[in-house]
Design a protein around this ligand. Structure first.
Ligand code: HEM
Length: 594
């Protein structure tokens, strides 16, 4: 580690220590939780590194609000109680805000996008962007991006033996390239041909390198607000030039590539839209303006002065949408394929459902006889209505949320009311918790989605049937309706005695709830369903069967990090490199359950 990095680390350590030693005596003293397990990391290393089991154990032992220790022993609250989370993300969202270092760090990287703004500015941006992600827009967007799944499928098929035998493919890079192409085509209206001959264009490479580079300078994150508030851009650049910290300079370079690429795309898009408008004036059809940025530019141009986004806010949305929508969806799609590989009977039922639907569509629309059913593309409403596919996607997102934990910090003293009372450290039953100003609140998406009081005793089991009626129909929209309120309808999954989580999607917290909930969840759902339906029509996935020289077989394990990341356990793997190796072969008649 360079001298400066050590120096900064020491300054940070001393600053944190002073803050810790001069803090008021703990106001969280009566909240129960595990003992501090490390002087520096508190319990964080257990929460992140020991994954799902440790997180669920915390809640089982202490309930919906747990006191845990963060860096330098800072007391934090680990929250999964539904009423408490309703307060955090909906009712008192202004009190539980993203930390300064998060917002300011995002602003340096992405510009003035949704993930970098708070309060009125964030509200204004959501008001402009929410309609862009409407159902109607998803419907018209789908046909424009369907060819991506076909291309992804083709690239995989090229690697398979033609005799129908299986071969092992690491699906992660392929799914990642596919998701990248989806989000750039649908989000920016621009193709980097990620699945073609030039996957190494500098923009995709910069986007993919961003998170790993950022992780190398994570420790500097708490310094961001101090630096941003006290140094001009000129001096900040000088600091980066002088500091002997290579990843910091690399980070600046990546941000530069992302910024200039988006600027060029935006200019091109404006020219394109202008010419399409002229074309439309002559009665022509539009083909290239279905993407999120085109819709945003049009909506913005026709909105009032007060609502309109500035140039810098528009640019800020571009990298934000690409970054927020790409790895999360790639990991979720890989997780579905992994689950299908573990459950051949589920895969067979899904194959049959997709085949039935495509054949029915082919016949209803009198498509040419010679068109294979595998190549029929279902429109949005038909695709979204497939009950078993829908149940598989929902259940995977519930049990295995790609991001498990998010932080908020209280801007003032607050009280968190609880749905389910907990035992305090002194043994009393308490139904609310006093939260001091400046407390870090960890929103546990994972523990919420596994809460037995809401999802039943089998909450941690992957059971797609919970989203289906006994006869296999999808539980009606009226009961699985997405709402931000606390009241749920009895009988719908994720509702018990009228209580539900305030999640924006299917009563679960995977996409969060409230005004900062994921804006792209309908897009993610559509993309995952389309990719899975297309892949499953032609290919069969199973767990890796090859054994190494010592007789070890690869076992995929999802490590908990900022995202849940698939690795191969030792001894067959290194426990670190992200990968999803599955056996893949062409589908045959025996792969269908009917
Ligand atoms: C399975 C895939 C996805 C998951 C699990 C997911 C999850 C989330 C979560 C939990 C948040 C809240 C983060 C926070 O409050 O700090 C969020 C925010 C966001 N997501 Fe997603 N997301 C996914 C896909 C997408 C896609 C496809 C897009 C874009 C097309 C997208 C765009 C965004 C944006 C722009 C935000 C920031 C919203 C705001 O602050 O107002 N996400 N996402």
């Amino acid at each position: 580690m360079s001298t400066l990095l050590v120096g900064l680390f020491v300054v940070l350590t001393v600053w944190r220590l002073v803050r810790y030693l001069t803090r008021p005596s703990s106001l969280l003293v009566d909240v129960a939780g595990p003992a501090k397990e490390h002087w520096l990391k508190g319990n964080l290393h257990r929460i992140f590194k020991d994954g799902i089991a440790y997180n669920l154990e915390l809640v089982k032992k202490y309930g919906g609000v747990v006191k845990v220790y963060g860096l330098f022993g800072e007391e934090q609250l680990y929250v999964s109680d539904p009423r408490a989370l309703h307060h955090v993300v909906v009712k008192e969202e202004h009190v539980y805000q993203e930390a300064d270092m998060f917002i300011m760090g995002n602003r340096l990287i992405f510009g003035e996008g949704l993930v970098s703004t708070l309060g009125e500015q964030h509200k204004k941006q959501r008001k402009m962007l929410n309609p862009v992600f409407s159902l109607q827009n998803m419907r018209t967007m789908l046909p424009a991006i369907q060819p991506i799944a076909i291309k992804l499928r083709q690239r995989l098929i090229e690697q398979l033996p033609i005799d129908g035998g299986a071969t092992e493919i690491n699906l992660l890079p392929w799914i990642t390239l596919g998701t990248f192409e989806y989000i750039t085509q649908a989000g920016l209206g621009y193709s980097f041909d990620a699945l073609g001959s030039n996957p190494d264009h500098e923009y995709p490479v910069a986007v993919r390198s961003l998170a790993p580079t950022f992780l190398k300078i994570m420790l500097l994150r708490p310094l961001i607000p101090v630096v941003v508030r006290n140094f001009s851009l000129y001096w900040r650049n000088k600091i980066v030039d002088w500091a002997p910290i290579k990843p910091l300079r690399e980070m600046r370079r990546l941000v530069g590539v992302m910024e200039s690429s988006c600027r060029n795309i935006l200019e091109e898009k404006r020219r394109e839209l202008a010419s399409l408008d002229t074309y439309k004036g002559h009665g022509g059809a539009r083909t290239k303006d279905k993407d999120i940025m085109s819709i945003l530019l049009r909506t913005n141009a026709s909105s009032t002065e007060a609502d309109r986004l500035t140039e810098s806010e528009i640019l800020g949305q571009m990298n934000t949408i690409v970054f927020a929508g790409f790895e999360t969806t790639a990991m979720a799609t890989c997780r579905i394929l992994h689950v299908l590989a573990m459950r051949p009977e589920v895969q067979a039922r899904l194959c049959s459902e997709v085949r039935r639907a495509k054949l029915a569509f082919k016949s209803a629309h009198q498509l040419p006889e010679e068109q294979r059913w595998q190549d029929v593309e279902l429109p949005y409403d038909e695709l979204m209505a497939l009950p078993y596919l829908d149940a598989i996607v929902r259940e995977t997102l519930r049990v295995y949320p790609p991001s498990s934990l998010f932080n908020r910090t209280t801007t003032q003293t607050a009280t968190l009311p609880l749905q389910y009372p907990i035992r305090s450290a002194s043994g009393a039953e308490i139904s609310s918790v006093a939260v001091p100003k400046g407390t870090t609140v960890i929103i546990s998406i994972l523990a919420s989605n596994h809460n037995k009081a809401i999802w039943g005793e089998d909450a941690s089991m992957w059971k797609p049937e919970r989203w289906l009626t006994p006869s296999g129909e999808r539980i009606s929209e009226a009961t699985v309706e997405d709402r931000n309120g606390m009241q749920g309808e009895e009988g719908s999954p994720g509702t018990k005695a009228g209580v539900k989580y305030p999640g924006v999607y299917s009563n679960m917290m995977t996409f969060l709830g409230g005004s900062r909930a994921c804006i792209g969840f309908k897009f993610a759902e559509m993309e995952m369903k389309q990719v899975i339906a297309d892949l499953i029509s032609t290919m069969q996935f199973s767990l890796p069967s090859a054994v190494d020289a010592f007789g070890n077989r690869k076992e995929i394990y999802w490590r908990m990090d900022a995202l849940q990341v698939p690795v191969v356990r030792s001894p067959a793997g290194d426990d670190r490199s992200a990968q999803v190796p599955l056996d893949v072969r062409l589908v045959n008649e025996r792969d269908f359950s009917e």
